[in-house]
Design a protein around this ligand. Sequence first.
Ligand SMILES: [Zn+2]
Ligand SMILES: [Zn+2]
Length: 312
Amino acid sequence: MQIQFLGTGAGMPSKTRNTSSLVLKLLEERGTIWLFDCGEATQHQILHTPIKPRKLEKIFITHLHGDHIYGLPGLLGSRSFLGGEKPLTIYGPKGLKEWIELTLITSQTHLNYSIEYVEVEEGVIFEDEDFIVNAMPLQHVVPCFGYRIEQKPLPGALQFEKAINLGVPKGPLLGQLKNGLDVTLEDGTIIRSDDVTEPPKEGFTVAILGDTRYCENAITLSKNADIVIHEATFDHSTEELAANYGHSTNLDAANVANLAGAKNLLLNHLSARFFPRDIEEMLKQVKEIIPNSYIVNDFDEFNWQQGEMILR
Ligand SMILES: [Zn+2]
Ligand SMILES: [Zn+2]
């Protein structure tokens, strides 16, 4: 799994930060990519990366502010133009479907794939054999959701030699054992999957939070997460503004991650008011609470490998 940031700015684009968007690359896990928010010109940002729009399987929108959705119509059109035929699922607050459909109709944009819309409410919004995604409302000036993405435990590797020695013939029975099923041999012996497989490996958990002031649900979504992605529109000196505008400071974000017991923190949605030296100071403060923290820049990419988050 990798996380790449396509836009890390708040409100408006600046020369160095585009508006909000990031991808969760699940290429090894499911051969697809999930996009979270889609600020204006997200597709232009994608052009600077190896990301293929047709690989997009799901798009999750946190809220309907322009800096999180204005890139959608163009990207949806290009995905079709570039040969995307597989269905796409878009998750977001009430009103998103109507806005997208009206825009596509008005501009006579025809897509060669179908879109399934899921109107997000609190709770499980997606689950399959491998992943579960939970949503909870945050506290912004419009309805806004945070997402918790959990990879389910991976089945442990098959202890091949051990199974063979117990009399399991080469063939489909080995596959069943690997998939957690007990099997009966021809002579009636029962071989238990648990006896010939390594213990399951834990999956990863990532919390991707939208715009919000400091709130309890952000902590709940981040509980023991491997990686928390939290906005930091303001810093200590502009603290009062943060609460009024439904945003967080860098320290709000660090406190959320800390109370949740999270190990790694990525701060995005940075105001253009900050100079590099301010950012440095903000990061220093955050690292005192969560040592493995980053204030991310556009195109930063993080690798999740063997339980560690590493900047590529
Ligand atoms: Zn925003
Ligand atoms: Zn917003």
